[in-house]
Design a protein around this ligand. Structure first.
Ligand code: DUC
Ligand code: ZN
Ligand code: ZN
Length: 461
């Protein structure tokens, strides 16, 4: 039996702040207490530090095929970078190909991830081809712990589903207990605006943000909510970026519907000013939904405080500037969509604490506890309590750091936050009791991370 003791820190969970020691046995938290006579093989001194649950990032795309290329982080590099940033669980998106089965898609993602991950991982499934057979398959997948399915109102000809398909998938979600996740942008209208902009000779990255109009996120969010209500299904809107889309979610929640939404650090810290950076630099900030004008950020922080936004995930989908983002020189629509961020989420949200946007406990709630509950992993993940996996971060709230591609561990040649000064830094990370990060060194191995079968959404029962 291996025993680890974490002493002297302030344990912060979504519900409590406690000056207690934490005892871990064989990868599981067994006790919290003060003045106990505990002995251990390893003692970690957390005096002056926070002791927090490992982050749960419920939205990543390792090695995602997109626009003729692949997201630059593999499961090996991306999960290692996640660990460096204090995230100990990811939920990635397996993809059904058009004409293919869910099984084929899921098997392919298991093959990419198995034996390579530094931290524990689970899967959502992207439904790219809703038909009788894939709807039937959803039942089996829920039984295997894949309990959430993403649909797209955007990307016609790639991932797009029309309203009839969306309704059918939502009905199946309601029947099986699965959660429908929605990319809410009107992709049919966006494609018209893209074509018109290019015909006018408008080719810069900035135009990506202009054609993906706020109104088209709001309209799609509204439509997704109404379709979910018709189906009697819960809804989780991913990567919400616009204040008017947030108002749609808030209204549905006020009316008592199970409508949930996440936002991402990029929408809290970056803006259309970044998309408009000179030259082709703006390509680094091309993602969908797009970055919005800076004044949306205060509304998103408020949504996080009021719980109209329940979760912050990264939508980590990195493409190198050289050779990948550059595919869109002369045509912004060919820039692969996505930003790196899996390593930065816990720090950026802690900066939100430092800046006074959210409390410490809310930080842990939106980054650890709620994503775990939303996606059926709580209390094994997302908290520090007897019986939970010992996924624990010792966090130095006073340390200063500067975010940079020079020092990050993601396999991408730029940082979306280059030069940004942050207060707070991960010091030590335990994944199921094993020290994987400590004193600036990585001690894990590919394959340490295990696949997690998830329960259904724990806000619905
Ligand atoms: N948005 C992105 O920015 N990248 C991948 C897919 C998506 O929906
Ligand atoms: Zn999406
Ligand atoms: Zn995504």
């Amino acid at each position: 039996m291996s025993r680890t003791l974490i002493t002297g820190g302030l344990v912060v969970t979504a519900s409590d702040e406690m000056a207690v020691d934490v005892l871990v046995e064989d990868g599981t938290v067994v006790a919290l207490g003060v003045g106990q006579d505990w002995t251990a093989d390893t003692v970690l001194d957390a005096t002056g530090k926070y002791v927090i649950p490992g982050g749960v990032d419920a939205h990543t795309h390792m090695e995602m095929p997109f626009g003729g290329t692949y997201a630059a982080d593999t499961f090996e590099t991306g999960t290692r970078a996640a660990a460096w940033g204090g995230t100990t669980t990811i939920v990635d998106f397996a993809i059904q190909s058009v004409g293919g089965s869910l099984r084929e898609g899921l098997d392919a993602w298991h093959a990419k991830a198995e034996g390579r991950c530094a931290i524990d991982y689970a899967f959502h499934m992207i439904l790219a081809d809703v038909n009788d057979s894939s709807l039937k398959e959803m039942e089996a997948l829920v039984g295997e712990g894949v309990t959430s399915f993403k649909l797209f109102m955007a990307y016609p000809g790639v991932f797009y589903s029309d309203d009839g398909k969306i309704l059918r998938a939502m009905q199946k979600g309601a029947e099986t207990g699965a959660l429908t996740m929605m990319h809410a942008e009107n992709g049919i209208a966006i494609d018209v605006l893209v074509e018109q902009a290019l015909a006018r000779g408008e080719t810069d990255p900035r135009v990506h943000g202009e054609v993906r109009r706020e109104l088209l996120e709001t309209e799609a969010t509204h439509r997704a909510i109404k379709l979910a209500q018709v189906a009697g299904a819960p809804l989780y809107v991913v990567h919400l970026s616009a204040r008017s889309a947030l108002a749609e979610i808030a209204k549905a929640r006020d009316e008592g519907y199970n409508a949930f939404a996440e936002t991402c650090p990029q929408y809290l810290f970056l803006s259309t000013d970044d998309l408009a950076r000179p030259g082709f630099e703006g390509a680094k900030y091309v993602c969908s939904t797009p970055l919005r004008p800076k004044d949306h950020q205060a509304d998103l922080w408020r949504g996080l405080r009021t719980d109209d936004l329940s979760v912050v995930s990264t939508d980590h989908c990195p493409f190198c500037f050289t050779g990948q983002k550059e595919m869109g020189i002369g045509d912004f629509s060919k820039i692969p969509n996505g930003l790196p961020g899996v390593e930065n989420r816990m720090d950026l949200l802690h900066q939100g604490v430092v800046d006074g946007h959210i409390s410490r406990r809310r930080w842990i709630e939106i980054a650890c506890a709620t994503p775990a509950r939303m996606f059926g992993l709580y209390p094994r993940k997302g908290t520090i309590a007897p019986g939970a996996d010992a996924d624990i971060v010792i966090y130095d709230p006073a340390a200063k750091q500067v975010l940079s591609a020079e020092t990050h561990h993601m396999a991408v040649d730029y940082s979306a936050y280059e030069g940004k000064e942050i207060t707070g830094r991960v010091e030590t990370v335990l994944s199921r009791g094993r020290v994987v990060i400590d004193a600036g060194a990585y001690h894990g191995r590919p394959g340490d991370g295990a696949y997690l079968r998830r329960d259904t959404c724990q806000y619905l029962r």
